[in-house]
Design a protein around this ligand. Structure first.
Ligand SMILES: [Zn+2]
Length: 130
């Protein structure tokens, strides 16, 4: 849904740095291969438009969003999510908690992945402020 949200996740949750990823010239079928200048690119995410699609779509794909949940659990957070019907609308809510502190994000049902992104970012932001 939102590339800028996905980028924030790469930076704030996974601690990655922006990097230019260039096409290596290798093509296998329809796959293009991209590389940055670093030997270990696990800590980099592509900042150039040409390779921006390599950033996982955390905010719209629940299988990618789940990696955020796993990362937050590694940091000691509990995760829960709910769906509620309110005023004929279905709402989803994602929540992280640790040491009796809790942060959450809620919104439209279809966007649980997006709510996970927002809740994780609020949580990390709150952690940094304290
Ligand atoms: Zn790099």
């Amino acid at each position: 849904m939102s590339v800028s949200l996905d980028i924030l996740i790469e930076e704030k949750i996974f601690g990655k740095k922006p990097c230019v990823f260039r096409n290596t010239g290798m093509i296998s079928g329809i796959m293009l291969f991209f590389e940055c200048e670093h030997k270990d690119s696990r800590n980099c995410y592509p900042s150039n438009l040409e390779a921006i699609n390599l950033i996982p779509k955390y905010s719209e794909d629940i299988s990618h969003a789940w990696k955020i949940v796993e990362k937050m659990q590694e940091k000691g957070y509990n995760f829960s999510c709910q769906q509620n019907i309110h005023n004929i609308k279905i709402w989803s809510l994602a929540e992280f908690s640790k040491d009796h502190k809790m942060t959450y994000a809620s919104g439209d049902y279809k966007c649980l992945a997006e709510e996970i992104c927002k809740a994780a970012l609020y949580t990390i932001q709150t952690e940094e402020e304290n």
